[in-house]
Design a protein around this ligand. Structure first.
Ligand SMILES: [Zn+2]
Length: 581
């Protein structure tokens, strides 16, 4: 068996599952039972400043999709209490990052609004996410001092002093088991986020990790090493594969919901969705310093299953009180659900891209495949919704590009999302064009050969014709770049921002009744694709069965193609395209 092979544990259903590793057979040897010790870990990630309960879309396998009211820090509190009560042996509570940014109140207070409720949840530790620098390096430091638990990161350094900004790891003892927890934040933060955000910080690549794992093992003498990463599931899996001595790998950033853990050798890699709508719990049984049994359950924090904790609810109400009036200000009305859980195209993003196009008066508009925001229910659309959809208010940039540039742009976007090498994937989903663009592609074709047809207003795009385009402008982006279309001409920033565009659009359009046809369509996949990477694994698994050589080749690629995420390489983020989902 190829010990580096990845496979999704093939256990159907969403309930807790148990896979006993081989050592389990030794628990009882020669009739004498060895002493076992248990501990548990509760894990949340990518809360994105969603303090309150909200509608959430749930799906699983082929099961039909369901919307439930879910989440809220008050509901996380209830879940933590219940899980702890069921586990008298002890449980660590870990936050995988991207906690302080993603909502209006988060942005208006530079994350401060999160501090009090978070401090009531009793976390043992957290790691910074890529958006933890949203309010600058200094504010990240301030927030990390205000929360009553440590933030850890092995690879974030003060650019001036060269000192680590956070402790690289933490050693915790639970029920007599010594656990080393190591934090790793995306080394591409300086290019993924607008560069000014992380000014003053230096992010190191994954090469920092192996010596620290060895230190935990050999000097701290821990029994278990837990790696917590905020680099996306598609990178957490190869990274886990390359490191020696990791027992548990907790992943964040891509908001993936691993109802079933991804097995990498003996290690489970898991991610627990986003927005506080889910919490994962892993139960570990140890014997003679080895893991002999483990279970993972991804729990949906639905209103019909978990009540809100009164005390935390009260704190959330108090911290939001000064912002209520602004949050509740109505800017429009929708008759339909607006959601953003699709790799290809979503109703929320169609509305945003069309709003930017209208505001700019250009031929087309482009918007990011953001993962922010839970669904918006039919009813009034408020400022709080707008800030959930677009937590950064960007000035709109307009300019011109030839058809050929748009063709090249789409090929590059497809590669970002559907690369055969997961290390080439970016965290985000496909870019969102205004609905007058029609993009058909084959995701399974080779890089640069995926585009099948490209139309604007029903006419095929002419490579030599010039088109006007608009998109939100990122601070620090090259002047001649619009979204990720390079070398545009006659670019300029207009007075309007992306928020202005959406407000005006909603005011002019009246009730949202329809957001048009999905402008981006994959010719070989169903219209709805909920996960970029879990789907990738599933396909690869199928291909592996058909042709074992292909999987081996992909493993090779994963290990050598991209020096960024390969252990023992240096970080050179300047080469990366910017993408900030
Ligand atoms: Zn993230």
């Amino acid at each position: 068996m190829n010990r580096f092979g990845i496979f999704v544990a093939a256990v159907a259903g969403c309930l807790a599952m148990t896979i006993s590793v081989s050592a389990a057979n030794n628990v009882s040897t020669h009739g004498t039972k060895m002493k076992t010790k248990k501990f548990s870990i509760a894990f949340v990630n990518d809360i994105h400043a969603q303090l309150e309960p909200h509608p959430e879309l749930f799906w699983q396998g082929d099961e039909s999709e369901r919307v439930h009211n879910a989440g809220g820090l008050s509901r996380i509190a209830t879940a933590f209490k219940q899980l702890e009560a069921q586990r008298p042996h002890g449980m660590l509570k870990i936050d995988g990052g991207d906690t302080f940014q993603g909502s209006g109140p988060g942005a208006w207070t530079q994350g401060e609004v999160m501090v009090r409720p978070l401090n009531a949840l009793g976390f043992d530790l957290a790691i910074p996410g890529n958006w933890s620098v949203a309010y600058g390096a200094k504010q990240l430091q301030t927030l990390s001092e205000k929360v009553n638990y440590p933030m850890i990161a092995a690879n974030i350094f003060d650019a001036k002093t060269g000192e680590r900004s956070f402790r690289p790891y933490l050693v915790k003892e639970v029920n007599g088991v010594k656990i080393g927890v190591l934090g790793f934040t995306d080394p591409d933060v300086p290019s993924r986020q607008p560069p000014h955000m992380s000014e003053g910080l230096n992010f190191q690549a994954a090469k920092v990790l192996q010596p620290l794992i060895d230190e935990l093992r050999n000097e701290e003498k821990v029994d278990v090493v837990v790696l917590v990463t905020h680099i996306g599931l598609h990178k957490a899996v190869p990274l886990t594969r390359q490191l020696r001595g990791v027992d548990i790998s907790l992943s964040a950033d891509t908001h993936e919901r691993t109802y079933e853990p991804i097995e990498v050798g003996d290690v489970w890699v898991v991610e627990a969705g986003a927005f506080g709508s889910l919490v994962g719990v892993m139960d570990i049984t140890m014997s003679e310093g080895k893991i002999v049994d483990r279970q993972w359950e991804l729990i949906e924090l639905r209103e019909d299953k978990f009540a809100e904790d009164e005390q935390v609810k009260k704190i959330v109400d108090e911290v939001l009180a000064p912002h209520r009036e602004r949050m509740n200000r109505e800017i429009g009305h929708t008759d339909i659900w607006l959601e953003r859980y699709n790799v290809m195209s979503t109703s929320m993003d169609r509305l945003i891209a069309d709003a930017v196009k209208e505001s700019a008066g250009t031929d087309i508009a482009l918007s990011n495949g953001f993962r922010f925001s839970p669904p918006t229910a039919p009813g009034p659309i408020t400022e709080a919704d707008l800030w959930n959809w677009l937590p950064l208010n960007l000035e709109i940039k307009v300019g011109k590009a030839y058809g050929q540039q748009l063709i090249d742009y789409w090929e590059s976007e497809f590669e970002n999302v559907f690369s055969k090498d997961p290390l080439r994937m970016y965290g985000g989903w496909l870019a969102r064009p205004s609905t007058n663009m029609n993009v058909q592609f084959d995701s399974t074709a080779k890089a640069n050969e995926r585009l099948r047809s490209l139309e604007i207003d029903g006419e095929p795009v002419d490579p030599e014709k010039s088109y006007s385009l608009a998109a939100g402008a990122r601070k620090g982006q090259p002047e001649d770049q619009i979204h990720r279309v390079k070398r545009c001409h006659v670019t300029k920033q207009i007075e309007q921002t992306t928020h202005d565009a959406v407000r005006d659009y909603l005011a002019n359009q009246g009730d949202v009744k329809d957001t048009g046809k999905p402008p981006v369509r994959c010719v070989v996949r169903p219209e709805v694709l909920r996960s970029q990477y879990l789907d990738f694994i599933k396909r690869r698994q199928q291909e592996h069965e058909a042709d074992p050589h292909e999987a081996e080749l992909l493993d090779e690629n994963a290990q050598h193609d991209d020096p960024q995420t390969t252990v023992n390489s240096s970080s050179d983020s300047s080469k990366k395209e910017t993408k900030d989902e």
